[in-house]
Design a protein around this ligand. Structure first.
Ligand code: MSP
Length: 469
């Protein structure tokens, strides 16, 4: 691989960002940093942004007594502020209200209309405004959308439709062959079974009665359906102007990170739009689970939500980044109660890493060891070629454990008095081992990584993660 393009979903701006948004964005930032380390900065592109049109946002803005643009501007500022606090280094932050995005969307829709992929018709279905999606009866539990706990509205209106049915066999092939790779495997299975057991209906890509959206170029009495608008961010975020014959150099995306609630649209409507344009599909669609609290999806109404600001206050930037990604098996649903987070913080950061750093620094005061600036590269080839966040974290923490054990086994404080040669040998291993660990930690905990490296050079003590009582 010689370039790496990673995206997060673009977030709805109906409310301030929460822990779920932070989870995906930190994961994407970690992968982007990992690849910048491996491939060089100029070969990596990390895109995130905000999804600002549609009925949901129009309504929330109205009830706040603001015009939608003013409303979304305010929320976007909160997202950007949070990403700064979490040390997220994106290469671009796309907003679907950007003029260039709107223009490109119109150009694409015109192309799709001209080539017959979009046609005028009527659409009838159950619409969940929370999801901004039409739902099948089989998606509902007791007649309600299980994600938003609301009864979807029956909508029947004139609409423009994107052809999906005719693409179904080809889409199945692309997923089966991993040309469009859905991972982890269970999600590939889930989507294939969905696609094989029912015929995909052509999907509505316009709304007649929603004014807060991009007008269709060929019929301005309709606005673009918010998902059709949103998907194109993955291309307009690379400064694409909508011309399918001139694709940006970072395309196709190497990894698109998404939560499981938005898998189906990403595995159907999104590839269909690209297939109709004759554009390559993203290489990997990686789906992760949700953050739960006490076994239930975190939500304000249930009162079990952990606020991201609260985490930042208690654990700091790097502590929050680490804990969110390591609180469970990365990718699966993660149950994150405050007690468990504190426990993990104390065990892994205050004790595991903190002890290793403070003991190594203290002992190394007695000798001089030169650390080269060459890249030692702690990660194994397997992780470099096929990085998985969970595996990489386990790998680093095993190294921390081993190095702590190495200290206990060799008791360098005794060797310092009895055997200077062996002492220097042990210290060499220890200092270089810790340097390697700091390099490997960089994608997860950039600031901590820098602090450790600097402390190894200057031999000044460093306060990393104070124990939480
Ligand atoms: N705007 C759409 C995405 C369009 S992408 C072309 C959207 N936005 S969202 O703000 O509702 O959700 C964005 C992401 O946050 C989704 O991947 C979703 O899974 C994730 N999360 C929202 N709550 C979450 C948790 N509690 N835990 C983990 N992630 C969750 O959908």
């Amino acid at each position: 691989m010689n370039k790496f393009y990673i995206t997060t979903p673009i977030y709805y701006v109906n409310a301030k960002p929460h822990i779920g948004h932070a989870y995906t964005t930190i994961a994407a930032d970690v992968l982007a940093r990992f690849y910048r380390q491996q491939l060089g900065k100029e070969n990596v592109f990390f895109l995130t942004g905000t999804d600002e049109h549609g009925q949901k946002i129009q309504k929330v803005a109205e009830s706040a007594g603001k015009n939608p643009q003013e409303f979304t501007d305010e929320i976007v500022a909160h997202f950007k502020e949070l990403w700064d606090k979490l040390d997220i280094k994106y290469d671009n932050f796309i907003r679907t209200t950007d003029e260039s995005h709107k223009k490109a969307v119109q150009k694409v829709l015109q192309t799709l209309y001209d080539n017959g992929a979009i046609y005028k018709g009527e659409y009838e279905g159950l619409y969940c405004i929370g999801c901004e999606q039409f739902k099948n009866e089989s998606d509902l539990v007791d007649g309600k959308c299980p994600d938003h706990n609301i009864v979807p509205e029956l909508i029947k209106e004139e609409s423009y439709l994107l052809k999906l049915t005719e693409l179904q066999p080809e889409l199945i092939k692309k997923i089966e062959s991993d040309e469009f790779k859905l991972t982890p495997e269970k999600y590939k299975k889930e989507i294939l079974s969905f696609l094989k057991n029912q015929t995909l209906r052509d999907v509505s890509i316009s709304r007649k009665n929603v004014s807060w959206g991009i007008p269709l170029p060929f019929d301005p009495t309709h606005t673009t359906y918010v998902w059709a608008d949103a998907f194109l961010n993955y291309l307009t975020g690379l400064d694409w102007d909508g011309n399918e014959k001139k694709m940006p150099k970072f395309w196709p995306a190497d990894v698109q990170l998404i939560g499981k609630d938005i898998l189906r649209v990403h595995a159907t409507i999104w590839p269909a739009m690209l297939m109709h344009l004759g554009v390559e599909l993203p290489k990997i669609l990686f789906t992760h689970g949700h953050i739960l609290s006490g076994g239930k999806k975190m939500s304000k109404t249930l009162g079990n939500a952990i606020l991201i600001d609260e985490m930042l206050e208690i654990f700091g930037t790097d502590g929050t980044r680490y804990l969110l990604l390591s609180a469970g098996t990365f990718g699966e649903d993660v149950d994150a109660t405050m007690e468990r987070l504190v426990e993990k913080y104390n065990a892994d950061l205050a004790n595991g890493l903190g002890n290793l750093v403070s003991r190594t620094l203290k002992l190394s005061e007695k000798i001089s060891i030169k650390i080269g600036t060459e890249n030692h590269g702690l990660y194994t080839e397997d992780i470099v070629n096929n990085p998985e966040i969970g595996k990489a974290i386990d790998f680093v923490w095993n190294n921390i454990k081993n190095l702590n054990k190495y200290i206990e086994d060799n008791k360098p404080w005794e060797l310092a008095k009895t055997d200077t040669i062996k002492f220097e040998d042990v210290m060499n291993k220890l200092v270089h081992g810790l340097y390697d660990i700091s390099e490997a930690l960089m994608p997860f905990m950039p600031e901590t990584s820098e602090k450790i490296k600097k402390a190894l050079e200057t031999k000044e003590s460093v306060a990393l993660f104070p124990r939480i009582k």
